[in-house]
Design a protein around this ligand. Structure first.
Ligand code: NAD
Length: 355
């Protein structure tokens, strides 16, 4: 069977990482008809938007996409294409497995955590009012003196339905993937209504899985410390959007850094696979950065489309090359200026040779 999959190279180092990944996935023998579409900063001039409708249409039709990172200008220009894509396609769950592979330089070993981040609401809803706008002034007025006059405002919506959907997804993920525990992470002692709602909903859903999947709650600040001190205590973490974003990077750090942390954005209809890391623009075009995170996102994608045997072979090939420690990129060497480090595409070649 041939799968048709949308391929978005992204920008910065995205195109070289995605090309390396496409080559490796094709080498597994899985038949994929890649539908290539550009999005991001480089297409704005041509289409007037960084996320043209035909890109969304392609993903909706194919139901699966593999995507490179896309740069977001800070404080100006368009909002994040990555966030817009998740909203437009209703990709409500971001799943980021963080697992240690032998040979990866990390302070920890034997970590096997999954971060499940709510993707559609919270401070990422994009409801913001700039300093001095009538809306900001109106909200400042509602604050009863608690908000300074010279404030800009971001709104943090947490809904019952959004919380139910992500927590249920986390429990179902745990059941399907043989996991033992789901930990809900928020800051309900301070944000009693929003994060309080998240915990309340999580408890209700956890009760349905009693006896099958364990459940606990940890406040986000305590969680940061505990993940650093004893990460092996945790299994699946479910979090609202912003905490999920931050803890995903923390967990990526536990298993060797952004270069090895894959991810999937999942909705009811479609799924978009992408690394946790961004476009690392300073390395653009240098054939230097680590393809592992995008490749492991490809492994998640292969599992998602039912190509489990190819996914297992690919993951094993990646793990073998990492464990050998020879044909790996600079960030995987003990000394980052090690001249034996290989480039992005040479690491892909080494993985293909192990398939
Ligand atoms: P980044 O992840 O691009 O890079 C941070 C650092 O991590 C880099 O300097 C590099 O040292 C390291 N790194 C990242 N990927 C690596 C890889 N594959 N191999 C080796 N080292 C790697 O984060 P940033 O600099 O904060 O963001 C750059 C741009 O990417 C921003 O515009 C940001 O908005 C965007 N971004 C996009 C996504 C996405 O597309 N989903 C995610 C995060 C950030």
């Amino acid at each position: 069977m041939t799968h048709t999959i949308t391929l978005i190279p992204g920008d910065g180092t995205g195109p070289e990482l995605v090309e390396a990944t496409r080559r490796v996935i094709d080498a597994t023998g899985v038949k994929i008809d890649w539908e290539l579409h550009d999005a991001g900063i480089d297409v704005v001039e041509k289409y007037g938007t960084p996320l043209p409708e035909h890109v969304l249409e392609s993903i909706r039709r194919n139901r699966v996409a593999l995507k490179g990172p896309i740069t977001t200008p800070i404080g100006k220009g368009f909002r994040s294409v990555n966030v817009a894509l998740r909203h437009a396609l209703n990709l409500f769950a971001c799943v980021r497995p963080c697992k240690t592979y032998a040979g990866v330089r990390s302070r920890y070993s034997d970590i096997d955590l999954v971060v499940i981040r709510e993707n559609s609401e919270d401070l990422y809803a994009g409801v913001e009012f700039d300093l001095g706008t009538p809306e900001a002034k109106s909200i400042i007025g509602m604050g009863g003196g608690k908000i300074r006059e010279d404030s800009a405002i971001s709104i943090k919506p947490i809904s019952t339905s959004g919380s139910e959907r992500i927590v249920r997804y986390a429990f179902e993920y745990a059941v399907k993937n043989g996991r033992k525990k789901v930990t809900a992470v928020a800051k309900a002692n301070i944000m009693k209504y929003t994060d309080g709602l998240f915990y309340r909903v999580a408890r209700e859903i956890a009760a349905e899985y009693k006896g099958k999947i364990a459940y606990d709650e940890v406040l986000v600040d305590a969680m940061c410390m505990q993940l650093v001190q004893r990460p092996e205590t945790y299994d699946c973490l479910v979090l609202p959007n912003l905490y999920g974003d931050i803890l995903s990077d923390l967990c990526a750090g536990l298993v060797g850094g952004l270069g090895v942390a894959p991810g999937a954005n999942i909705g009811n209809e479609v799924a978009v696979f992408e690394a946790t890391h961004g476009s690392a623009p300073k390395y653009k075009g240098l054939n230097k950065v680590n393809p592992t995170a995008v490749l492991l996102s490809g492994v998640l994608m292969l599992r998602h489309i039912g190509e489990t045997a190819a996914a297992d072979r690919l993951e094993k090939a990646v793990a073998t090359v990492i464990a050998d420690g020879k044909a790996v990129t600079y960030d995987m060497k003990a000394d980052r200026s090690d001249p034996t480090a290989v480039g992005t595409s040479q690491m892909a070649d080494a993985i293909i040779a192990k398939l």
